[in-house]
Design a protein around this ligand. Structure first.
Ligand code: NZQ
Ligand code: ZN
Length: 390
């Protein structure tokens, strides 16, 4: 087990009616606020009016930047950072899902960088010296960006989607009101749930046997929380308990708690990010297609014990069955959850995707050698997994 430092200083306001604290929290950082949001869902739901009201009550100066894309582009980040410099913004308020929050994190850092923000991604050694404070209002339970130091940005000119994490990017304050997710569509609820599940399972598998037992059980608990609550939220979008469970599960899946004592070695996310980079598909959908194929590919006598644990502890499969049967039944249960309960598309062919770019995608993932996740993946392994997704 590794030594660790746990330090997630994001203040979370969880529950309904907490936005009355928004003005007070923003004021801690200054008076000039940049409100960043996406394609307009916050206007349709009325959240925009509530926010403007709270900001006005607090006597703060409001500036706006909207139109952040799902799979946010580096060009939007550059434009947002330019506004921060021009208007001398004190604090950024991100309102939306992971895309808006991720873009805002790099808008905060870009404020102090006089160049193309893509430099931070192309060359991860470019230090993030400073960043504006970030406050978030989450409207979609999925990425955990509201309580983690990471952000993922796309460059559609070069077909690259790259993530970077830095403690300076952690939101200072996040508002998590489950009722704000009542309007999330069935499709986005499904994709978000698949993403949360993947954040936990990636960590769970990478944990192997050398970490804290408590965190293994915690990870299994959050996976079961998603399995239980996602179908409820799909059927009954205004079910507070289901939305609240998904929201808090989303934050704890990736806020460094469950992965703090083991190396952070993920496999499905690098495979998915190439899919999004080339085809602009929804992140959670890509994970739903890739994950079971990755599992079948890496399942062997050596990795079997981990799959048995996954099958028995997460899917409650009878531990008296032969080990390989438990493992395969666990993967089948995950497939049923993703493709039947959540109704997600199960293959790339149905999305109109062919093997045209698979070679290039696999080569990029392994450009520095095999991907060292739960099981090492060579270029040929990545290629085989992509082909199995067709
Ligand atoms: O843009 P608006 O109009 O707000 O609509 C959004 C968007 O179209 C809509 N939406 C959000 N809240 C809503 C709503 N519609 C109705 N009612 C609401 N309350 O949902 C659509 C998708 O939003 P998006 O923010 O793109 O989804 P998500 O939260 O899944 O974020 C995905 C992005 O986050 C990255 C992904 O790669 C992708 O770029 N990730 C970020 C991570 C992180 N920061 O740690 C980790 C993840 O693994 C992931 O890579
Ligand atoms: Zn993810």
């Amino acid at each position: 087990m590794n030594n660790f430092v746990y330090d997630i200083p994001t203040r979370v306001y969880f529950g309904t009616g907490q936005l009355v604290n928004l003005g007070k929290e923003l004021k801690r950082f200054g008076t000039r606020v940049l409100l960043v949001y996406g394609g307009g869902s916050i206007k349709r739901t009325g959240l925009y009016d509530t926010i403007v009201g709270e900001i006005s009550k607090a006597g703060l100066e409001l500036h706006e930047f909207s139109g952040i894309e799902p799979n946010p582009r580096h060009t939007s980040v550059n434009a947002g950072a330019a506004i921060c410099r021009e208007k001398n913004i004190d604090v950024v308020l991100a309102v939306g899902g992971g895309s808006v929050i991720d873009a805002s994190k790099f808008i905060c850092a870009g404020r102090y960088y006089n160049g193309d923000i893509w430099d931070f991604f192309r060359d991860k050694t470019t230090p993030i010296e400073r960043a504006l404070p970030l406050v978030t209002i989450l409207t979609l339970a999925a990425t955990g960006s509201e309580m983690d130091p990471g952000a993922v940005i796309s460059n559609m000119d070069t077909h690259e989607k790259i993530g970077r994490a830095d403690p300076k990017l952690l939101p200072k304050v996040s508002f998590l009101d489950p009722t704000l997710t009542y309007t999330v569509s069935k499709y986005q609820t499904a994709c978000g749930s698949a993403d949360i599940f993947s954040h936990i399972s990636e960590t769970y598998f990478a944990r192997k046997d050398n970490g804290l037992y408590m965190l293994d059980k915690f990870a299994e608990g959050i996976m079961k929380t998603v399995i239980r609550n996602a179908p409820v939220a799909m059927e009954d979008p205004e079910n507070y308990e289901a939305r609240a469970n998904l929201m808090w599960a989303g934050s704890w899946a990736i806020n460094n708690f469950i992965r703090i004592d083991t190396p952070n070695k993920w496999s499905c996310h690098p495979l998915e990010h190439e899919l999004s980079a080339f085809y602009d598909i929804t992140h959670g959908l890509g994970l739903a297609i890739v994950t079971p194929r990755w599992m079948r590919h890496v399942l062997n006598e050596e990795t079997l014990p981990m799959f048995v644990r996954f099958g028995v502890e997460v899917w409650e499969i009878d531990y008296n069955l032969p080990d390989m049967e438990i493992a395969l039944e666990g993967i089948r249960s995950l497939e049923d959850f993703l493709y039947k309960d959540l109704g997600l598309t199960s293959n790339l062919t149905d999305l109109g995707i062919t093997d045209e770019h698979f070679e290039e995608m696999a080569a990029r993932i392994t450009k520095n050698g095999p991907l060292m996740g739960f099981a090492p993946l060579t270029k040929e392994d990545c290629l085989a997994i992509y082909k199995a997704c067709l």
